[in-house]
Design a protein around this ligand. Structure first.
Ligand code: MG
Length: 282
């Protein structure tokens, strides 16, 4: 793969992420995919999706896990419902993530990724220690499939994410860096964060956003916007990716409805922007 191929976040099931026919029409060479629901995680659907990707000349670089019952309606709802942090669903979701890793293996994909949830603050607390244990067990399963796990950024500060990864102490745990999330969740300046965690960044999202009002950061959402129109500073973002030695895909993530023309317009504009910046920076 050449350096910094363009990518886009897509989905096996319809609904989440950009449609594969849009990916094909825009001639985007790589995709991250959101894992399908349990009933679709079969060998047959893996083979069918792979065949479609191969026909479109698209390489799958990462499979993202997600779970029934997660809600991003507000930051508080996200903290309560997302990832492996909520105790009542932790064991079942960890098991499901193992199955998603198995599905990714069927697709020949070596990277799985996850919003693990809001990592508890207290590193001496039982909740934090329990999360360490379940993450280690998951990573051992993932390693058995020859894969690594990239944690999505945003739900905690760069420092706390680094502490957590160090405390987990496994060699197949890395980061999917999403600069917009740092802004949307109000967890820190994305460029400073990228410099801090750069050595662990193995995949990234190209997403943009604007900060919530001063005084509401961390409690109210910022606003996700089209790439180049937010507060990330995409030019500086790419320069910093070069600085940290990142060579992988530039995966566009755009939270837009299942509207083919809208997707084509927004993702097409993002591709143009990234191609122009890439030509200048690389
Ligand atoms: Mg993201």
């Amino acid at each position: 793969m050449s350096q910094w191929p363009i990518g886009v976040f897509t989905s096996v099931d319809a609904g989440l992420g950009v449609r594969l026919d849009v990916v094909e029409e825009l001639k985007i060479p790589t995709v991250q995919i959101h894992a399908p629901h349990q009933e679709t995680r079969t060998e047959q659907s893996a083979n069918e999706f792979l065949a479609k990707c191969q026909a479109a000349g698209v390489e799958i670089t990462c499979v993202f896990g997600g779970f029934e019952g997660e809600s991003y309606a507000s930051i508080a709802e996200t903290a309560r419902t997302v990832g492996l942090v909520p105790l009542e669903t932790r064991a079942a979701r960890a098991q499901e993530m193992k199955e998603i890793s198995d599905f990714a293996k069927l697709l020949g994909v070596e990277t799985v990724a996850l919003h693990i949830g809001f990592v508890p603050e207290d590193r001496d607390g039982d909740d934090y220690k329990g999360l360490l244990e379940v993450t280690r067990d998951l990573l051992d399963h993932i390693k058995g499939n020859g894969q690594h796990l990239n944690l999505e950024t945003g739900q905690e500060t760069a420092d706390h994410l680094l502490d957590f990864i160090n405390d987990v102490d496994r060699d197949n745990l890395f980061i999917n860096f999403d600069p917009a999330n740092m802004i949307l969740y109000g967890t820190g300046n994305p460029i400073e964060a990228l410099k801090k965690v750069g050595h662990l960044v193995r995949s990234i999202h190209c997403k943009d956003g604007t900060w919530a009002a001063e005084g509401e950061r961390g409690t109210a959402w910022g606003c996700e916007v089209a790439l180049g129109q937010g507060d990330v500073g995409i030019d500086t973002y790419l320069s910093t990716l070069k600085e940290i030695g990142y060579t992988g895909p530039l995966t566009i993530e755009r939270e837009i409805p299942d509207d083919r023309e809208q997707q084509k317009a927004d993702v097409g504009a993002a591709v143009s922007l990234l191609e122009e910046l890439r030509a200048n920076i690389l």
